[in-house]
Design a protein around this ligand. Sequence first.
Ligand code: HEC
Length: 94
Amino acid sequence: MLSGVAAYADSASDLSVRSLAASCAACHGTDGNAVRATAMPPLAGLSREYFLRQMQAYRDGTLQVPLMQQIARGFDAAQTEALAAYFERQHPAP
Ligand code: HEC
């Protein structure tokens, strides 16, 4: 259970990760729920491990998707971790 200062710090970091995640919405949909008709993979509900593995693969060029390579390289390790935790918590649309 979080209380006091910890709860406050948690909500503050939640706000900042939500603003980072908002930059993904244009392609991956609101809260990572991509529109089904598009080829965009949804991010909602991806496991943290999988998310981090894909982001690393974009960063090091193992996965050659120029858009995502640029995006992945724009975040430091802490931000990438925060995004992984955020999208893991989102519920995939039915
Ligand atoms: C301009 C469009 C665009 C934006 C903005 C964008 N992405 Fe992507 N992303 C893509 C495309 C296209 C792919 C799929 C590439 C493929 O088919 O392999 C992808 C794939 C991914 C994947 C791999 C998904 C999977 O199932 O393997 C992750 C993780 C990801 N993006 C994270 C992010 C995050 C986090 C953000 C925001 C910080 C973001 N993306 C913003 C276009 C975008």
